[in-house]
Design a protein around this ligand. Structure first.
Ligand code: ADP
Ligand code: ASP
Ligand code: MG
Length: 443
């Protein structure tokens, strides 16, 4: 069994959906995980914002506009009048459901139900298309088996057990279609795996089904050595280890959801990143094996806050760091980077939700300074293998960029640097020229 996930652009139009149907017909058993059509989740977020604001007029206008777009997709996706009618009825059902939220109190629970509509629509429309083409397939409702627990972590036992129950209902089926991103939470309510979460769904489903391979089909030919949205002349990397890929995903390489590597790593299932627009391209294979080359790639994660706690008196006393970490634990706020000195400890967080509460509690232990609008630059590779020289290239490339924190040695795969977000673009370009010797001037 293989798991194939197709992202928003890969199912972003009637044409793209037809191309996906062509890619999945080799007769091998597979579970196909679909995202919402590109742009849909962003539009649902906007609709939810208007509903929160009680701006029903604007919410209805946005819902009508999205409904109109989908009507056009239906018109060009199907050939028979019967399927078109069936699909238009399906649209009416989903869009009337969205309209019903303008009549009621709107809370986070309703918001999650709104956000789930994108994947429910794309999979239902795709299943209708397969039916029209006479391709046997089964639509599996992800809400019957994907679940997160009270800590918002995937409930892997539940997922395995319930996915198996769903699959066992169709002993002769080979092709299953399901929704990425959406799940239920510990209270049984509709929830989601956060933005970009369809990759995570695919990886969790792959691990639950003991898949032989997980394929993430997107709009680029694999993981590139640098952020292609910021830097010209980037190139795909043929092979990455699970750890290298996990670091890149966590530190900002948008091609993969930050948590999506771990479930595959735990079951040692290779993950291939492939391009729907260029299916013959090699892409990237992520496995237990690392590819050649010491420095593989660079990624950047924005929205970071650096917190410095200065306490000459207490820093080296044992128990001090524990007290500091406990503050973050109490507010369920993960720490990304940490550096220490004789008189101070600096750390970074990417979720500022409880920043003022955290700051207040930390002030009991010393003087607290905050730097907002920071970016972590993460350089990923096999640094032990090279032993010397890789640090030099990085620091030489960045000699004109102020570095706020440096983290090296946490793992053999990662050197992280904290800089001002205003310097990010320049830093990524300089690293592309300095480490990968790419000319970024004219591409
Ligand atoms: P999908 O909708 O298929 O999930 P995403 O937009 O989430 O696609 O992810 C693919 C995009 O990730 C690419 O189009 C690219 O702009 C961006 N990206 C950022 N960093 C990288 C990287 N290092 N390698 C490849 N793509 C990257
Ligand atoms: N549709 C969701 C999003 O746009 C999930 C995904 O595409 O992975 O974030
Ligand atoms: Mg994505």
């Amino acid at each position: 069994m293989k798991v194939l996930k197709f992202g928003g652009t890969s199912v972003g139009s009637a044409e793209r959906m037809k191309a996906v149907a062509d890619l999945i017909q080799d007769g091998e058993a597979k579970i196909v995980v679909l995202s919402a059509m590109s742009g849909t989740t962003n539009q649902l977020v906007q609709i939810a914002e208007k509903l929160y604001q009680n701006d029903n007029k604007e919410a209805n206008a946005l819902i009508d506009a999205l409904h109109h777009t989908y009507k056009q997709v239906v018109d060009s996706l199907y050939t028979s009048e019967e399927k078109k009618k069936q699909a238009q009825e399906l649209l009416l059902h989903h869009f009337d459901y969205l309209r019903s939220f303008t009549l009621d109190l709107f809370t986070i629970h309703e918001e999650r139900a709104v956000l789930a509509q994108g994947e429910l629509l794309s999979t239902a429309l795709f299943q209708f298309f397969l039916e029209e083409q006479g391709i046997p397939s089964v639509l599996l409702p992800a809400l019957n088996f994907m679940r997160i627990d009270e800590n918002e972590e995937p409930d892997t036992d539940y997922i395995s057990k319930n996915l198996k129950t769903e699959l066992d209902k169709y002993p002769n089926a080979k092709l299953f279609i399901t929704q990425g991103y959406i799940c239920r939470n510990a209270f049984g309510e509709v929830d989601n795996l956060k933005r970009g979460g369809s990759d995570y769904s695919a990886s969790l489903i792959g691990a639950a089904a003991d898949a032989s391979e997980i394929q993430i089909w997107t709009d680029i030919n694999g993981m590139h050595n640098n952020d292609p949205r910021v830097v010209k002349n980037t190139f795909p990397i043929a092979e990455l280890s699970f750890d290298e890929a996990a670091e890149l995903a966590y530190f900002g390489a948008k091609i993969l959801h930050p948590s999506s590597v771990l479930p595959a790593k735990q079951k040692n299932i290779p993950v291939r990143l492939l391009n729907t627009m260029q299916p013959e391209a090699q892409g990237t294979t992520i496995s237990a094996q690392s590819g050649r080359g010491s420095i593989k790639a660079v990624a950047a994660k924005d929205g970071i806050t650096a917190i410095k706690i200065k306490s000459g008196r207490m820093l080296l006393a044992y128990g001090f760091l524990r007290s500091v970490f406990e503050v973050f634990e109490r507010y369920k706020t993960p720490i990304d980077m940490i550096t220490t000195s004789e008189v101070a400890v600096s750390l970074t967080i990417d979720n500022p939700k409880f920043l003022s509460e955290i700051t207040k509690e930390l002030e009991e232990y010393g003087q607290v300074e905050l730097d907002k609008d920071q970016t972590i630059i993460c350089v990923v590779g096999d640094f032990i293998a090279e032993r010397s020289g890789s640090g030099l290239k990085i620091f030489e490339s960045l000699k004109d960029i102020p570095l706020r924190m440096i983290s090296y040695g946490g793992s053999k795969n990662n050197i992280s640097l904290l800089i001002n977000t205003t310097d990010k673009e320049r830093a990524l370009v300089l690293l592309n020229e300095g480490i990968f010797e790419r000319n970024t001037n004219n591409a």
